[in-house]
Design a protein around this ligand. Structure first.
Ligand code: CO8
Length: 261
């Protein structure tokens, strides 16, 4: 286990890894070193058989106020292009296990995009989302324009990307971008996300990973391809012990004991 400077990694449950962004002085601005650590911690959790799901959070004040503007401001086109600036953000999309975002406070720019890369978003009533890049003379670069379209539709996405205005947890919930707004108290949203992760981790992990894979495939495929893909993966699960156990347990009126095999 390596030690980190910009994130905290803990195990609130034996089956759940919680990663907390921890650059409080800059409202968790997402610098390159922070992202290197985040990728490493999530990659390790993804490989660890005892982990079933992960939770990503920030502080009460900020999930993340965006990519680090001070790090970016003097960069030239040649630097960002040649060095593939921030391209390693995409590694989060290769995780097999579910990643739940627990968002309080600011989730702006890259912070909003980071939440959108997660599989499920829970928001505290204090959450403030937005894509303010237009105010900096740029546009979203971490997938915001593309993922928001899927989550909330074109007209709203266009408004948000072109005006840069922030939107509330309530709006994000009404529009379907977040699953729900959770509790009032400090830390409620993290607690709820950890409980959800624990529940997911209690299922058969092959089925959980397959479920994540087919839901994500819907972004990329036509309906006909997606339906065929889902059916094939469903068929494949009949080769697992967890399918035998899950269905036998139902028939015998007992709780399933999944072995993730
Ligand atoms: N980068 C660097 N530092 C930041 C950032 C940031 N994104 N956000 C806040 N900080 C720093 C401030 O500079 C300040 O530092 P200092 O005390 O040294 O001056 C400290 O955090 C506290 O911030 P404020 O004093 O500004 O706190 P306020 O409560 O007054 O305001 C706000 C909070 C409204 C969140 C304000 O800080 C703000 O507007 N921040 C910038 C938000 C923003 O524009 N985000 C978008 C950044 S661009 C981006 O994310 C592009 C993503 C591209 C992804 C590409 C992937 C391939």
């Amino acid at each position: 286990q390596r030690s980190y400077e910009y994130i905290l990694v803990s195990r609130p449950e034996p089956s759940v890894v919680l990663v907390t962004l921890n650059r409080p002085k800059s409202l968790n601005a997402l610098s390159s070193p922070l992202f290197t650590e985040l990728n490493h911690a999530l990659g390790e959790a993804d490989k660890d058989d005892s982990v079933g799901a992960m939770v990503l959070t920030g502080s009460e004040r900020a999930f993340a106020a965006g990519a680090d503007i001070k790090e970016m401001k003097d960069k030239q086109y040649a630097d960002v292009y040649k060095n593939k600036f921030l391209e390693d953000w995409g590694l989060i999309n290769q995780l097999r296990k579910p990643l739940i975002a627990a968002v309080s406070g600011y989730a702006l720019g890259g912070g909003c995009e980071l939440a959108l890369m997660c599989d499920i978003i829970l928001a505290s009533p204090t959450a403030k989302f937005g894509q303010p890049e237009i105010n900096l003379g740029v546009i979203p670069g971490g997938g915001g324009s593309q993922r928001l379209i899927h989550a909330i539709g074109k007209s709203r996405t266009m408004e948000l990307v072109l005006t840069g205005r922030t939107f509330t947890a309530q709006e994000a919930s009404q529009w379907g971008m977040v699953s729900r707004v959770v509790g009032e108290g400090e830390g409620e949203v993290v607690k709820e996300a950890v409980n959800m992760a624990k529940e997911i981790a209690s299922k058969g992990q092959i089925a959980v990973q397959a479920g994540k894979e087919v839901v994500n495939a819907a972004y990329e495929m036509t309906l006909a391809e997606g339906l065929r893909f889902e059916r094939r993966i469903f068929h494949g699960l009949f080769a697992t012990n967890d399918q035998k156990e899950g269905m036998a347990a139902f028939a015998e009126k007992r709780k399933a004991n999944f072995t993730h095999s």
